[in-house]
Design a protein around this ligand. Structure first.
Ligand code: APR
Length: 235
């Protein structure tokens, strides 16, 4: 029998136990900031320094945290599962890659990348960004922005994601609240393809009823347990 194709979607909840705040939980990012003020193209047009400060703080925080047992378990699944494992994340952190995962699909962009809105050059970036930062490609200032998908913008890699969902035998959503589309609709697409679906979260979500199975608890406990079940069924 052909090894099964596994498609995984992760959200902010998988990085919570590494010390990165989620968006909508208590003390989440959206409690301290109004989305409209920091995560829309309009916000960047009218208050770029406020937007830069928000992402500079998040970029700096990234350097102070480490991948956790959930990230490490998914990297292990990618190494040991004989079939295809597609890892899609809404997260802009690099904890999947630092845990050893390959080919991570960042549908909402990456904190570690910036893009010039004048010449469209994109590059890796670690330090602070500001309106005075010069684009290394076109030499102009004031055009570099975080390479992050803001509200109202199209997510990245949607064709690749649709292809993976069409061929999924197993679909798992880990640490995501199901409030933001198109990601929240992936379970529906996977079910249409006949996939078994599992939600791993420490609470119920806006789309829980769409899943066949639920593993409720902290990601660092439930994800390694789920992965063990896939890699060594029945042990
Ligand atoms: N273990 C498992 N699940 C957890 C944990 C944990 N330790 N901590 C929190 N969660 C769950 C919460 O119950 C919630 O369902 O993670 C989810 C986090 O939800 P959100 O904060 O809404 O984050 P996410 O779903 O990733 O947001 C989606 O919204 O703001 C935009 O672009 C941003 O990518 C983001 C998108």
């Amino acid at each position: 029998m052909r090894p099964r194709s596994i498609v995984i979607l992760t959200g902010a909840g998988i990085s919570a136990e590494s010390g990165l705040p989620t968006f909508r939980d208590k003390d989440g990012l959206w409690e301290g900031h109004r989305v409209e003020e920091v995560a829309t193209p309009e916000a960047f047009a009218c208050a770029p320094e406020l937007v830069h400060r928000f992402y500079n703080l998040r970029r700096a925080a990234l350097a102070t945290v480490e991948p956790n047992a959930a990230h490490l378990a998914l990297a292990r699944l990618q190494r040991q599962h004989p079939g295809k494992v597609t890892l899609i994340t809404q997260n802009v952190d690099d904890l999947h890659e630092r845990a050893g995962s390959a080919g991570v699909i960042h549908m909402h962009g990456e904190l570690g990348r910036v893009r010039c809105t004048r010449c469209d050059h994109a590059l890796a970036w670690t330090g602070d960004l500001g309106t005075g930062t010069v684009c290394p490609n076109c030499g102009k200032t004031g055009y570099l922005r975080p390479d992050i998908v803001w509200f109202g913008e199209m997510p990245h890699h949607m064709e690749l994601i649709a292809e993976a969902l069409r061929n999924a035998d197993v679909f798992a959503a880990i640490g995501t609240s199901g409030h933001v589309y198109p990601a929240a609709g992936f379970v529906g697409e996977a079910r249409l393809a006949g996939a078994e679906t599992v939600e791993i979260n420490n609470a119920g979500t806006a789309v829980s009823e769409r899943f066949h199975r639920h593993l409720t608890g902290p990601a660092t406990v439930e994800v390694p347990r789920w992965v063990d079940g896939l890699i060594a069924p029945g042990t």
